[in-house]
Design a protein around this ligand. Structure first.
Ligand SMILES: [Zn+2]
Length: 369
């Protein structure tokens, strides 16, 4: 019989000014912490986190993150953590900083604390990192034996971040149910290593429902730098529901196609993870059998959030079939998640990429009439 597996972080805390209590939550874990953040994030949140930790007599070593979740960067920071005898590793920032913190924590077998400063990906809660080359090409997923011990999301900080990040997180979270549903239907395995539990399925479905209800209001709240119930709901959907939903629900084509796109050179590298996933999700929908109403429902939401829906939008206006074949080949390598839900060739992915692009162009034309 197939084994069902569900995994999750030990504690999730979310709210306006949640960072003010971080010292209390961390002191039960350990007394020596390494805090990792990039230059901008030190100003926005890193220094506040350190101040709160000091108030609880937790010793801290502050590390400046170089921007890429690569093997070299992970090794560099792990050496610092070892030297300091740190038992707690705290990542403050966006997806790549958090993925690096998880890897460093794994190297020193410490407690992992995650403080996202944007709701731009579902990386915070999971027991895995995406590792890139120093140049930013997808290399592999790195799995850990546990999820983060603590995730603290301060919605005041999220509301202060540019709305493009929230929209990117919504796009990442919108992929969650699309991918989990296909894995469940195909009887494939989720990232957690087993088939999907009822809990995993319910969370992924609720993620989607929450987004269609509140995503647009949350996006407008973010523009107004205001914490509202809609923003709180969407931050939870982007972070907790999407995080649990993808990890214990399943990843399929949308993320595999995203990973394939990282193999291309050029301007596409300026897009966020979620923006590439938005297009990947449309490609997965084009691979499946959906009505025009269903496809247009997604297109409308993406467009209303200023997310990319065409190849031109992801900076690939005149891309050749050969280049898309490269993307498709990378998306269908043996280890990719696309195989958890699809029996598929690279050629079929190429067709779906161009079809998804054409669906979006046709919808935009219809919408502008
Ligand atoms: Zn993602």
């Amino acid at each position: 019989m197939s084994i069902r597996i569900f995994i999750s972080p030990a504690k999730y805390v979310q709210g306006k000014n949640a960072i003010k209590d971080i010292g209390e939550y961390v002191k039960v874990l350990g007394e020596q912490a390494v805090v990792i953040a990039d230059e901008t994030v030190w100003e926005i949140a890193g220094n506040d986190v350190v101040e709160q930790l000091k108030q609880e007599n937790i010793k801290t070593e502050e590390v400046l993150f170089n921007g890429e979740a690569s093997k070299t960067e992970i090794q560099r920071i792990a050496e610092i953590a070892k030297k300091e005898n740190a038992s707690v590793v705290i990542g403050v920032g966006g997806g790549k900083t958090l993925d690096t913190a998880k890897a460093v924590s794994d190297e020193v077998q410490g407690y992992t604390v995650i403080v996202p400063t944007t709701a731009s990906t579902d990386a915070p809660t999971s027991a895995l990192s995406v590792v890139y080359s120093d140049e930013g090409t997808f290399e592999n997923y790195r799995f850990y034996n546990k999820n983060p011990d603590l995730v603290v999301v301060d919605t005041k900080i999220i509301a202060g971040a540019p709305q493009r990040f929230l929209a990117s997180g919504i796009a990442d979270a919108l992929a969650t149910w699309v991918e989990a549903r296909s894995v469940i239907n195909a009887g494939g395995k989720a990232m957690a290593g087993g088939i999907t539990t009822i809990a995993g399925q319910a969370i992924a479905e609720k993620c989607e429902e929450t987004l269609f209800q509140y995503a647009h209001l949350a996006y407008e709240s973010n523009k107004a730098k205001s914490v509202t119930p809609a923003l709180e709901a969407v931050v939870e959907a982007n972070t907790l529901l999407s995080g649990l939903g993808f990890e214990s629900g399943g990843l399929a084509a949308a993320h595999a196609i995203h990973n394939g796109f990282t193999a291309l050179k050029g301007e596409i590298h300026h897009l966020t993870h979620g923006e590439k996933v938005a297009f990947g999700t449309l490609v997965q929908l084009a691979l499946e059998n959906h009505s025009i109403d269903e496809i247009e429902r997604y297109l409308e939401l993406y467009i209303s959030l200023d997310l990319p829906v065409t190849l031109e939008d992801i900076k690939l206006k005149d891309v050749s079939r050969e280049d898309i074949l490269k993307v498709a080949e990378a998306a269908t390598i043996e280890t990719e998640t696309i195989h958890e839900a699809f029996d598929i060739t690279a050629e079929e992915v190429v067709d779906a990429v161009f079809a998804a692009d054409q669906y979006a162009k046709a919808y935009k034309e219809k919408r502008n009439k």
